[in-house]
Design a protein around this ligand. Structure first.
Ligand code: BG6
Length: 504
């Protein structure tokens, strides 16, 4: 019996047989995201017929112990009947134990993959997933190159998926890109930003370019400013040591927020191809100047949470999180004003804000339109209406709404803001697939549209590096904000011209 989702796919979107090799197969990402995503794809009939998963890590496993190790993660994090699916496809899973820096391990992997080609019909195609801590990337990439595993020959493909963080500044990202390029051509490389796998993020392109009504207004003439917010209720959740190295600017703004910004601000691509789309996205980043330290002082705000309450529960301050220095100056909140210096956006600021320990989890893009040129209703006492807002709710409560003024029924002109609402859940029912499902499938299919290209990653680092060095040059330290609040008061002053942050 056919599967409706699989049957709907065009032939270019059907996955070819391949083996997926996961480096860091015993890690959290594999357990919580990758294997549950594979189960989702399997349930929807989207995996190729010849398919295998090869775990590669340092830990030793006996017999089926690797699959057993994955079972818990699948139970907790899969949608649908994940565990049954894992049992049904356990033959597809195998494991190679080796040190990442041992050349013999890669020879063992090579021989193992050749066996798998025969046993499971994977036809010599490979997708390598770097899901290890980033410190191991360089070693693995070098060995993939030296062992010939990265080479494509005789119509077979070899692809590499690289998890974030992709470097920690422009020089390290460039060095990593060089290393990737030593073994893989750009079209073989898939740099993951899981926000691009979210349905609602992809819908930004559909909203803008599949409809006639928005795009004529999508420019500085009609849009006053744009707010992009990624607020999380959680703290650093045991990842204090990582966060101390990153801060919210590297963890979220460099990748997820700047990626969303490119989709909101880009010009229409001529086609949907990976390069056509990414050419337009990177132009947006190029049009954002590196801020000078003085500009950084004026147009950015850093914050760090102190102890507070969340959902009635007392939560610790950042300083008291595991792995965090008591005198840490790392930000858990950042707000940034960016100007895209091009024809479409000259004079329309984009405000980006991301933080941990906000009152609730919300990711949204709010397009604030300019007020009408003439206040016709001023004399009625309704002159200062709020701006129209087009709100793209990325998560949770996924949807799109438009805020506009409406006449309150009655004998005079009283005007009130109302909302026209589209909700994904209501319109399409059910829950959507996890971002990793879409991205894993795209990498297996060979479509890199939803992955960051080398130049995009480097441009994003250029923008972020200027902010980080501005903070250092000006001695800008994070302002304190209480956990469970919307961040430091200073962030309100960033907007200027009577604008206010949305309190979603
Ligand atoms: C990750 C960050 O990339 O994204 C985390 O490292 C963050 O710090 C997470 O919590 C947020 O992702 P999502 O999909 O839950 O919004």
């Amino acid at each position: 019996m056919g599967n409706p989702l699989a049957d709907e796919l065009s032939s270019s979107r059907r996955a070819k047989p391949c083996a997926l090799v996961i480096f860091g197969a015993t890690g959290d990402l594999t357990r919580r995201k990758l294997v549950p995503a594979l189960m989702g794809l399997a349930q929807d009939g989207l995996l190729p017929t010849g398919f295998a998963v090869v775990g590669f890590a340092r830990r030793a496993f006996e017999g089926p112990a690797f699959v057993d190790e994955l079972r818990d993660g699948v139970k907790q994090h899969s949608r649908g009947r994940g565990e049954e699916t894992l049992t049904a496809m356990q033959e597809a899973f195998s494991y190679v134990q080796a040190e990442y820096d041992d050349p013999a391990g890669y020879q063992k992997l090579k021989a193992h993959l050749e066996e798998i080609d025969k046993a499971r019909g994977t036809q010599g195609n490979r997708v390598f997933y770097l899901a290890t801590p980033p410190s191991a990337y360089s070693t693995i990439l070098e060995h993939l190159r030296a062992s010939g595993l990265s080479t494509e020959a005789g119509g077979r493909f070899a692809r590499v998926i690289v998890e974030k963080p992709f470097g920690r500044d422009l020089p390290s990202a460039r060095a990593l890109n060089e290393q990737v390029a030593a073994g893989f051509k750009e079209r073989q490389v898939f740099r993951i930003d899981h926000y691009l796998g979210k349905e609602t993020v992809q819908n930004i392109l559909v909203l803008r370019f599949a409809n006639g009504i928005f795009e004529p207004l999508w420019n500085e003439k009609f849009i006053d400013h744009v707010q992009i917010t990624v607020a999380e209720a959680i703290g650093v959740e045991g990842r204090g040591a990582y966060f101390e190295e990153a801060g919210i600017i590297r963890d979220m703004i460099q990748n997820h927020l700047l990626q969303v910004l490119t989709l909101v601000a880009m010009d229409p691509p001529a086609a949907l191809g990976a390069d056509a789309v990414r050419d337009e996205k990177v132009k947006v980043l190029r049009a954002i100047r590196s801020l000078t330290p003085d500009e950084v002082a004026e147009t950015t705000v850093r914050g760090q949470y102190t102890a507070g309450f969340q959902a009635g529960q007392e939560v610790p301050g950042y300083h008291d999180e595991l792995g965090v220095a008591k005198d840490s100056k790392v930000e858990t909140f950042a707000a940034v004003k960016l100007q895209i210096e091009n024809w479409r956006w000259g004079g329309t600021p984009f405000f980006l804000r991301s933080a941990k320990r906000m009152p609730r989890r919300v990711t949204e893009v709010a397009i604030h339109f300019k007020s009408p040129p003439h206040r016709l209703f001023a004399a009625t006492g309704c002159g200062n209406l709020d701006q129209n807002i087009l709100l793209v709710r990325i998560q949770p409560d996924e949807g799109v709404s438009i805020r506009f003024g409406s006449k309150v029924p009655g004998p005079d002109y009283r005007i009130r803001d109302v909302r026209m609402d589209f909700r994904y859940g209501m319109a399409f029912g059910g829950s959507t697939a996890d971002a990793y499902e879409r991205l894993l499938l795209d990498a297996i299919v060979g479509d890199s549209t939803l992955f960051a290209r080398r130049d995009e990653v480097e441009e994003a680092w250029r923008i972020v590096d200027a902010i980080v060095s501005g903070w250092a040059a000006k001695g800008i330290e994070p302002e304190r904000y209480e956990a469970g609040t919307w961040g430091p008061d200073l962030a309100d002053q960033l907007l200027g011209d009577g604008r206010e942050w949305r309190r979603p």
